[in-house]
Design a protein around this ligand. Structure first.
Ligand SMILES: [Zn+2]
Length: 157
């Protein structure tokens, strides 16, 4: 009995994974290629990808996806929107919007991210090579900054 359930779950997983892959295969993004998402491409949330593409359009300059191993998907115990074990897909992405250097730039990036419907927005001024933006989709609108390693919720700076 257990074996059959496990087998069923396995095939369901395969089917669902395949379906997701095909779905993203057909997804047309204007500014990003799937190679930029590496191994996480089949698990990327479509909604997130479309909003990221819109963000890029409105930002008007390249938006570089971080090469940090935790910048797309993660597998851990956390409630992070990056955690594929919790959400079954990658709902967050860390990016370097080119030219996001000043407070004014960061506020503009925040407003654009909000306007395209992203609901988790983090601004990091302590990252390299430049300021970083975390973008995600979540139920309750949340934004924060990290300045010199210190998190501040509900603040754009
Ligand atoms: Zn992040």
């Amino acid at each position: 009995m257990f074996k059959n359930v496990a087998l069923g779950a396995f095939f369901l997983f395969l089917f669902y994974g395949g379906y997701r892959t095909v779905k993203n295969e057909m997804l047309e993004l204007k500014y990003f290629s799937r190679s930029e998402f590496g191994i996480w491409w089949p698990l990327m949330s479509q909604d997130l990808l479309q909003k990221l593409d819109l963000f890029r359009e409105k930002w008007g300059a390249p938006v570089v996806i971080t090469s940090h191993p935790d910048g797309l998907g993660r597998k851990d115990e956390s409630g992070s929107m990056h955690n594929v074990l919790k959400w079954g897909e990658v709902r967050a992405v860390d990016v370097f919007p080119q030219g996001m250097d000043t407070l004014e730039d960061r506020q503009r990036a925040f407003q654009i991210a909000k306007s395209v419907g992203l609901t988790g927005i983090g601004l990091y001024t302590d990252t390299r090579p430049s300021n970083m933006l975390h973008l995600d989709n979540r139920d309750k609108f949340t934004y924060w900054t990290r300045i010199a390693g210190k998190y501040n919720y509900g603040m754009v700076a």
